[in-house]
Design a protein around this ligand. Structure first.
Ligand code: GDP
Length: 434
């Protein structure tokens, strides 16, 4: 999906426009306890276009001086977006902060559409002409509070969406990414994986976009590590900000089949780790928990077990995810990640034969009678797998209301036992039989 970023100095109305464009979507609380969508990144639609949109104003850059914050937000937009909406305030005219943003945007090769906000009625349209001086061509008048002008603005933005689709790697290629807080060792791990014996990194010369993916082969199998540019070309100040790391994670998750959630053994589990992991689960990706910097802590024979218990207690929703303990520095067990990636990827795309599936579930139901509610008992007629990545099942029943979460959970566990769905979420939906 193309990515749009909104930039501009504070108080020009970026968040209002962001919320207008994404509609209600951002306020949706997902079914993972404790995980609410960040209000800086969301998907949106306009006519036939599907896109993602970032409100860079929501990325808090810490204590930097005002102009420096604006500059960094603009740079994030340049790094992350295909098209930039540069927003100014039509009631205040061109300010020096607007000119600063403009200067940074000139230097990028990304298309920029200039939006003049707070033009709440047609009489105010005259005020947009001043903004030609910013040098981005025709300014588009909009009104966040009245919801005016957004259609024309998005039409213009859509003209600059990249023409060619994203690189398509084919069904058999395993796409994975490493996500986690800053400094947990993601880039070190990528380098350690690619430095493994028998890992053959493909020649990525000649790719037009800056190479953010690294394709490689190992034991004759093809893999792509997603979104490494951000990890490898380091040194930008904003990379250490929390919201930016979430943004990076979301973008990587979106393009991956398998997500490695990297934790830092030295620091233990933080709230931010759970949030990032929650996104991977919610997106239906296969998940592996990687505990890095295992070399850096004092250990005895109980340490690993204690770590595992702690992880399981904090990541209840990831009870299916395997845990690996590694060190990017000493390379210990780095090689063991690759077979785990293979395994979870296999479960993630596993398709179960309908007759076998129904046999297993009918046996399960015979062992553990279905629940009743108000004198009515849940009846399960049959089940069918409707999708992979993640495996998704539709259970045809007399009344979906009777298929309680706990019974669903029981069926899920039976499926896990029977088919070894290691590392992948499973989705189960109840439908009334027609
Ligand atoms: P990223 O921000 O998650 O990509 O983290 P980096 O890969 O840049 O690593 C952050 C810091 O942790 C660097 O100073 C690394 O040298 C260090 N580091 C990474 N992996 C390990 C590890 O396995 N053990 C130890 N002791 N340090 C590590």
């Amino acid at each position: 999906k193309p990515v749009i970023a909104i930039v501009g100095r504070p108080n020009v109305g970026k968040s209002t426009i962001f919320n207008r464009i994404v509609g209600e979507r951002v306020s949706i609380v997902e079914d993972v306890p404790g995980v609410t969508r960040d209000r800086i990144y969301s998907s949106g639609e306009w006519l036939t276009y599907d896109f993602n949109i970032i409100d860079t104003g929501g990325i808090d850059i810490g204590d930097e001086p005002f102009l420096e914050q604006i500059r960094q937000q603009a740079e994030i937009a340049i790094d992350e977006a295909d098209v930039i909406i540069f927003m100014v305030n039509g009631r205040e005219g061109v300010t020096s902060a607007d000119e600063e943003v403009a200067k940074i945007l000139y230097k990028s090769k990304k298309p920029v559409v200039l939006a003049v906000n707070k033009i709440d009625n047609p009489e105010m349209r005259e005020q947009i002409y001043d903004f030609y001086s910013l040098g981005f061509g025709e300014p588009f008048p909009i009104s966040g509070s009245h919801g005016l002008g957004l259609g024309d603005l998005l039409d213009e933005v859509a003209k600059s969406f990249p023409k060619h689709e994203e690189q398509d790697y084919g069904e058999d290629v395993i796409k994975f990414s490493l996500i986690g807080r800053p400094n947990v060792g993601k880039s070190s791990l990528v380098n350690a994986i690619l430095g493994e014996e028998r890992v053959i990194v493909s020649d990525i010369e000649g790719t037009t976009r800056d190479a953010i993916d690294t394709p490689y082969t190992f034991n004759g199998k093809e893999y792509v590590i997603i979104d490494t540019a951000g990890m490898r070309k380091k040194g930008k100040v904003y990379e250490s900000t929390e919201k930016y790391s979430v943004l990076r994670a979301l973008r990587a998750i979106e393009r991956s089949d398998v997500v490695l959630v990297v934790l830092n053994a030295e620091e233990g589990i933080r709230e931010q780790d759970k949030k990032i992991a929650g996104y991977a689960h919610e997106a239906g990706r296969a998940v592996i928990i990687v505990v890095n910097k295992w070399d850096a802590i004092e250990k005895d024979e109980k340490t690993m077990k204690e770590f595992e218990e702690n992880i399981r207690a904090h990541f209840l929703f990831l009870d299916y995810a395997p845990i690996v303990y590694v060190s990017a520095i000493t390379k210990k067990r780095v090689h063991s990640m690759l077979p785990v990636i293979d395994r979870v990827s296999e479960s993630h795309s596993l398709r179960v034969q309908t007759n076998v599936l129904n046999e297993v579930l009918m046996d399960a139901i015979a062992m553990n009678p279905t629940p009743t509610h108000n004198g009515q008992r849940l009846k399960v007629y049959y089940t069918t797998q409707v999708a992979v990545k993640p495996p998704t099942f539709v259970v045809f029943v007399n009344d979906p209301e009777l298929l309680h979460f706990s019974y669903e959970r029981f069926l899920e566990n039976r499926l896990r036992d029977a088919f070894n769905f290691e590392g992948t979420p499973i989705k189960i939906f109840g439908r009334p039989r027609k």
